[in-house]
Ligand binder design. Sequence first.
Ligand SMILES: [Zn+2]
Length: 503
Amino acid sequence: MPINYLPNDPLAQAFAPLREINPAPDRPGNRAGFTFSGAANQGLHPIGTSEFLFWQCREAALRSVGAWEALDGRLNRWFGNRRNLRLRQDVGEDLNAFYDRASLSFFHRTTGSKTTFSGASTDVVAHEAGHAFLDAIRPQLFDVSLTETGAFHEAFGDIVAILVALLDQQIRETLLEVTSDLRQANFVEATAEDLSDGVRLAIGPNHPAAKPRRALNVFQWQNPLLLPTSAPPDDLSSEIHSFARVVSGCIYDTLSNIFNSRPARNQCALLEAAQVTGRLLIEAARAAPLETRFFRSIGRAMIHADTDQNGGANHLAIRDAFAAHNITLGSAAMLAPTSILAGAAPALTGKAKKLKVAKEMTPDLAKRMGLSGAARFTFRALRLAGETITEAVHDHATKLDKIHSRLKGVIAMAPTSVLIGSVGQRASILGGLPDLHGTEDEVTQFVATLLENDCIKFDKTQAFVSETTQRLRTHEIKKVGARKVLTRLAFDCFPNCAGRSTS
Ligand SMILES: [Zn+2]
């Protein structure tokens, strides 16, 4: 029996109208899937009903996983070896949505005659699924107290929403009628139109989330330390959803550069461009070293992935896209040998290709980075431009005492990494060493932005949603051994911070 399905967003129906479709089958039991609740009878239910919402949200989630598997192959498990995430199409009143490693959760809110259901937007569902995909392939990015890493997580969600749209032939055909070169504002690069409209109605037009986020933009990268912690929707701030638009702009421009370099600009070429871009982004998300300048790290890793996957055919498309947002990649510099380290070069040994690292390397790295001899590193092998490189990661603690009295004795963690290659038989640093003071400055800014937006849950009595700002509290203070550590609980969809509103 068919169901009603909105393939993009409730406010994009002029371009992607309601469809009658047969719902996707449940996921096979041996692959990553969802557990549903509040199931409704299958049928053609009107938009706005709980029955419609159930089937809509289910279909959007299943199609998102389908799009992901079309790009990256089978997805067998979510983060933490979990087989199923809970899909909760309506958990209460708010203008938001979140991913918290156990669920994709959505809300509703009524303003005047309009009720906004975040789970009714395929954009929003795909965005949350995007957080979950990224967490499955690169869990180290979930809880990094740095602006660019958090912003990349948000951008990844938006790009997944765009890719889900572009893997649909009808949407590609309509999109090319709207803009034959992808360079005019359009319903695909704009995400969550309906939810942002709900925010505009409820809180006012100057709220940071009162307009859709657009991947076709001209935002220029600048150091987030120099940005305000909140800003109206057309301006850039260090809040991660706002800052995300810089890197989603780079990825969208990569897509349009690749598309526009094709001899025929038709829906087949657009599908190909979306697949190529999606696969480069996913590979980069796996490999990109954990640097403070994570956007640049992603761009460089995309160029190296392109060398691997496409013989470097899209090098200029990527380089120019990032340059258009003030990010100079210099991808070769990343792998240039600089200083020789103590010990032999790391190597993959035995049948299992286990990474072997000389024991004298750790104290030498610690000394060079100005850390105590007891500093610990984790090592992983990664592939960049067809080479096996070793990444040494030190999880660096920044003390938060000076930021706020409630953060006395609390630390926040951010990874700092060094790339290691070989020169002859010897280990060599590639690129350079991280600047720990710079990292601490950026962690401080990240936490200040959380505080400004009331996103930290200081104790158990506080609710998940802030009473004063209506924002989700995405972080809490956790005891880890003897230490108190700022820890991420969830990624939400929208910065729902009040205090800057006009009504
Ligand atoms: Zn998000």
